[in-house]
Design a binder for this molecule. Structure first.
Ligand SMILES: *[C@@H]1O[C@H](CO)[C@@H](O)[C@H](O)[C@H]1NC(C)=O
Ligand SMILES: *[C@@H]1O[C@H](CO)[C@@H](O)[C@H](O)[C@H]1NC(C)=O
Ligand SMILES: *[C@@H]1O[C@H](CO)[C@@H](O)[C@H](O)[C@H]1NC(C)=O
Ligand SMILES: *[C@@H]1O[C@H](CO)[C@@H](O)[C@H](O)[C@H]1NC(C)=O
Ligand SMILES: *[C@@H]1O[C@H](CO)[C@@H](O)[C@H](O)[C@H]1NC(C)=O
Ligand SMILES: *[C@@H]1O[C@H](CO)[C@@H](O)[C@H](O)[C@H]1NC(C)=O
Ligand SMILES: *[C@@H]1O[C@H](CO)[C@@H](O)[C@H](O)[C@H]1NC(C)=O
Length: 340
């Protein structure tokens, strides 16, 4: 069971990686083009060329401007809060290259990078301390929430998202990032990650993340994980720990309900089956006559239960493999992800 759980989580993380790596993560704005060899184009290329080094050496967030008047380029880079500086560097580097290839002469464009994501944006207008809610990039795991009670799952989910939004948006002017986890049952846990570009105010960050969670519920409610990305914020949740934990950025989810009673101990055997000895004058043959069938029945029952459990486990394993196979097939349909 546990092994199966780990395998499924691992598979899901692989699937998500495949998705994030293959889906188009660049968006070219249609707000104007520059011509090849123009000053604006040279400024853009120059500012982006130093971005991998500048974003990663600056704690994962960096803004810069270059040029004057209509040739002025505003650029912004953000790495996910749990990225090491090496991961940050390579994410910004590959995003920047893909962005220039996808949007060769657009005056404004953005990329959400690969897995883990990072944001690279540039524009011919002020984009710092400004909340932009569109465009949106979203995707989900094709499996359904494995919860018997979706109402209860949603309550835990909403409460966790609320606490992670609060923790992330009340971050500093250099980092607005939080993760959090909450138990639905003993075996079902929700993991969430939220982050804003830290130039946003607390109110704007709160709004960006809440709208992302609402967007997720609109597109993908009932699925067992997903992400929503906007120009100013990142949101992802799943049923396995997909981020690098750090106690100082982890939100504590309020415990909603009393610990769920999923693992209730088996009912104790009745103690009234003991047979009184001696004073009743029961002969040893009688005792044997009572005891032997009980022992035989007990052994047979244990054997039957053991066989039943074995068969059930084998069946379960086979079902899981079927589901995994289907997941993989479905996944190819899903790779395009949702976008607006
Ligand atoms: C910019 O160029 C792209 C092709 O590279 C074109 O599709 C788009 O319409 C142009 N936008 C404007 C505003 O001229
Ligand atoms: C851009 O500049 C290069 C060298 O500076 C030149 O070879 C090329 O023809 C120019 N391209 C355009 C479209 O002007
Ligand atoms: C970015 O880093 C380079 C060195 O890699 C440095 O020369 C440059 O000044 C930095 N850019 C900004 C805008 O600070
Ligand atoms: C940056 O990305 C480009 C294109 O993907 C790649 O060719 C290059 O080796 C990368 N540079 C570093 C230092 O990783
Ligand atoms: C589902 O969970 C909710 C909230 O915990 C509870 O009120 C409801 O009775 C549960 N429904 C079932 C069918 O267990
Ligand atoms: C955790 O986060 C804090 C504050 O952002 C940082 O100083 C610390 O180095 C981080 N620890 C790890 C293990 O990443
Ligand atoms: C066990 O038997 C005693 C009397 O022999 C009785 O008082 C008690 O209620 C019984 N308990 C159960 C669980 O049946």
């Amino acid at each position: 069971m546990r092994l199966n759980g780990i395998n499924v989580s691992f598979l899901l993380s692989l699937l998500i990686s495949v998705c994030l790596a293959t889906a188009q993560k660049e968006r070219c704005y249609d707000t104007g083009n520059f011509t090849t060899n123009s000053t604006y184009g040279r400024n853009r290329d120059q500012i982006l060329a130093s971005f991998p080094a500048n974003v990663s050496s600056n704690g994962g967030f960096f803004t810069a401007t270059l040029g004057q008047d209509s040739n002025k380029v505003y650029a912004l880079g953000l790495c996910r809060g749990d990225s090491s500086s090496d991961i940050c560097y390579s994410c910004i580097n590959s995003s920047m290259h893909k962005l220039i290839a996808s949007c060769p002469n657009q005056k404004e464009a953005l990329s959400w990078g690969a897995d883990p994501p990072c944001i690279v944006r540039y524009a011919d207008r002020l984009i710092f301390e400004v909340l932009d809610l569109e465009p949106t990039d979203a995707g989900y795991n094709t499996g359904d929430v494995p919860s018997a009670n979706l109402t209860q799952f949603d309550l835990v989910w909403e409460s966790l998202m609320d606490s992670v939004v609060k923790k992330a948006s009340t971050g500093s002017s250099t980092l607005k990032y939080a993760t959090g986890e909450a138990d639905v049952t003993t075996f079902l846990k929700i993991y969430a990650l939220m982050q804003c570009t830290p130039d946003l105010s607390q109110e704007n960050c709160d709004s960006c993340l809440r709208q992302s969670a609402i967007y997720y519920q609109g597109c993908c409610h009932g699925k067992q994980g997903g992400y929503v990305q906007k120009p100013n914020c990142l949101f992802r949740w799943d049923l396995y720990p997909f981020y690098v934990s750090n106690a100082s950025t982890s939100a504590t989810a309020p415990s909603l309900s009393p610990p769920p009673a999923t693992a209730s101990p088996p009912p104790p055997f009745s103690t009234n089956t003991t047979i009184k000895r001696g004073d009743g004058g029961i002969a040893s043959q009688t005792l044997a006559a009572i005891f032997v069938p009980i022992v035989v029945i007990f052994i047979v029952a244990v054997a039957v239960i053991a066989v039943a459990l074995l068969l059930k486990r084998r069946k379960k394993t086979r079902q899981l493999q079927d589901v995994n196979g289907k997941l993989f097939l479905d996944f190819n349909l899903f790779v395009g992800s949702l976008a607006s």
